[in-house]
Ligand binder design. Structure first.
Ligand code: 8YV
Length: 323
């Protein structure tokens, strides 16, 4: 039987690309500049996309793929795919939940500790020879010991972060669209009220139309001068210029960011701030976890083409029923 035509778009691991090439008639589109030459050859035949590295999948691209049935996203977040178009054209989108939950939660805690206790700055101090010359690194102005963390978005990853904080004896409250029946953490139906009540905001929200800039100047002000913001979700959730302004004016204490509004570009103003810890979007970035994500992405494609049953479809694009 002829192999099914699939686009392998964006940053994907070599072993995932190898498996894709083995199972499918795989067309590599490393970057948007490859689209025209590849689509002029096979656009009419493509039935699936393995989508890595936040490769943009707007309507203009989807309209060039009349036979497309499935987009298997490499990542739990699937912003950048035109979901309305997909839902309206019976294109199934899948993502990679669960397999990255604990890794991203580990990173969130690392970023929080690093921001609160200044571990990156302290290591730079040692490496610059300053411990020997100038004495011990300064005592940190912040500690987790007197903080309350407000988790913004208590989904799978938010919950894994909350569990870790609980083990570290840090009080946790949360704000989500809905209250969860399965947790005892205090729920705030209103984000601003939560920001007023806590001093540490842990953002674990996906990037959707509804989450753009939900953490704005007013929320930052509500956190107050001891406020610490950690963002492990998406850059679009924070009003980045307002955050830079609050950090520079010290109207909040510090921020730890793994995600940015315009990745991989990080504004110079953020780079210059000594009260910001900046990670290059590495939440899930271990070989172990990225391999598990790659496998689930491929299993979704295979599940769809073999049995019309992808493993982890996203709620916005219902799987068309057989028959
Ligand atoms: C990766 C992520 O950056 O899963 C997500 O939503 O943001 C990260 O795990 C991404 O999936 C890599 O393409």
């Amino acid at each position: 039987m002829a192999k099914i035509d699939v686009l392998a778009a964006g940053a994907l691991r070599p072993n995932a690309l190898e498996t894709l090439s083995h199972r499918f008639n795989c067309h590599r589109v490393a970057g948007p500049e490859d689209l025209d030459p590849v689509l002029s050859q096979c656009g009419d035949a493509v039935r699936g996309i393995a989508r890595g590295g936040h490769f943009a999948v707007p309507r203009a691209l989807l309209e060039r793929l009349p036979k497309l049935e499935i987009i298997a996203n490499f990542g739990v977040g699937y912003d950048g795919i035109d979901l309305n178009y997909c839902a309206g054209n019976r294109i199934v989108v899948t993502n990679t939940p669960d397999v990255l939950t604990e890794e991203v939660a580990d990173t969130a805690l690392g970023l929080l500790l690093n921001t609160v206790r200044e571990f990156s700055a302290a290591e730079r101090y040692l490496r610059a020879g300053r411990w020997e010359k100038e004495g011990a690194y300064r005592l940190t102005g912040a500690t987790l010991r007197n903080r309350t963390v407000g988790v913004l978005g208590l989904g799978r990853i938010g919950l894994a972060v909350a569990r870790r904080l609980e083990a570290m004896r840090v009080p946790v409250v949360y704000h989500s669209r809905h209250q969860r029946a399965d947790v005892a953490y205090r729920y705030y139906p209103d984000l601003k009220s939560m920001a007023e009540a806590v001093d540490t905001l842990m953002i674990v929200l996906p990037g959707t139309d509804a989450t753009v800039n939900v953490v704005d100047a007013a929320i930052l002000k509500a956190l107050g001068p001891s406020g610490i913001v950690i963002n492990i979700g998406r850059g679009s959730v924070i009003d980045e210029p307002a955050l830079i302004e609050a950090l520079a004016a010290r109207t909040i204490y510090a921020a730890g960011l793994d995600v940015f509004a315009d990745e991989p570009h990080v504004p110079q103003a953020l780079l210059e701030l000594d009260n910001a810890v900046l990670f290059p979007h590495l939440g899930s970035a271990s070989v172990y976890t990225r391999d598990a994500m790659g496998q689930l992405m491929i299993d979704n494609l295979t599940g769809w083409f073999e049995t019309r049953k992808p493993l982890t479809p996203v709620p916005e694009t219902p799987v068309p029923q057989l028959g």
